[in-house]
Design a protein around this ligand. Structure first.
Ligand code: SIN
Length: 268
């Protein structure tokens, strides 16, 4: 008998991106068919909320492997496996400043300093403050598509330098296109971020700074965003080729998350 389509249990959560998928219990097992449907939904919505997922770190890792090879992170790992990041924060109230951001704070796409940055991230909520600790997401296809034609032309062939040195002196740096084309949907997206992108290549410093400032401001316009208010055991998956995100630092209690990052391709 054919499996029921999960598409019937899907509701959009934001105008610009995101869908909530009910009726899935990953701890009870999942088929190739379910994974295929989730992949299709991801291409359509760029972010999926799967509520009420009771998964250990190792089960989260196993689910992540259904999406591809997993990456580790130089700054954090779970005690049971290096392929799950343990992200714990406390006393983050208003702590963000550019360049000295707490983990996850500041607008970014994950690990853009990596040669093959993750295409998918999964974040699983473990402990949450009574209030605050939301994560904001911004659709970078919309950001690109709403630029004026002159800017689109100006940035068409530019490349930018991304550094991972905030996580340690030996962490790699990479150069990626300012506009990347999604390798599955073919849609273009802006691909620069305030956390890791340091300059536009082959451009005078002042011009690079001005252009990046303009692109960062545009990329994070509220019109392109969805803000997720977490519940314990929410598993949120997103496509880093399509969205940036920002862990909002407005809490003092403990907030802990488990995270997986799925290796992507070289951005083009
Ligand atoms: C991240 O940047 O991947 C973490 C986001 C969060 O903790 O909300």
């Amino acid at each position: 008998m054919a499996e029921p389509a999960i598409k019937n249990d899907v509701t959009r959560v934001g105008v610009s991106l995101g869908a909530r998928v009910e009726g899935i219990n990953l701890a009870a097992g999942y088929s190739e068919y379910t994974i295929r449907e989730l992949r299709d939904l991801m291409l359509e919505h760029h972010l999926l909320v799967l509520p009420d997922q009771h998964l250990s770190a190792l089960e989260l890792e196993a689910f992540g492997r259904e999406w591809g090879d997993l990456l580790t992170h130089p700054a954090t790992k779970h005690r049971d496996t290096p392929y799950v990041q343990f992200i714990g924060g406390r006393a983050r109230m208003f702590k963000f400043t550019v360049g000295v951001h707490p983990f996850g704070g500041g607008w970014h796409s994950d690990m853009t300093w990596h040669a093959t940055p993750p295409h998918i991230t999964g974040l699983h909520a473990q402990q949450l403050p009574a209030m605050g600790g939301d994560t904001a997401f911004a659709n970078q296809h919309l950001a690109y598509e709403t630029l004026d034609d002159a800017t689109k032309e100006e940035i068409a062939d530019l490349k930018a330098f991304h550094t991972g040195k905030v996580f340690g002196p030996d962490v790699e740096d990479s150069i990626h296109p300012v506009v990347r084309t999604h390798n599955e949907s073919g849609r273009k997206a802006l691909y620069v971020n305030g956390n890791f992108t340091k300059y536009i290549c082959d451009m005078p410093d002042d011009d690079s700074e001005k252009l990046l400032f303009k692109l960062f401001a545009h990329a994070t316009r509220p019109e392109f965003t969805y803000r997720h208010r977490w519940e314990i055991n929410d598993l949120v998956l997103w496509d880093n080729r399509s969205v940036m995100h920002y862990a909002i630092g407005d809490y003092n209690e403990l907030r802990t998350m488990h995270r997986i990052v799925v290796k992507g391709d070289v951005p083009v």
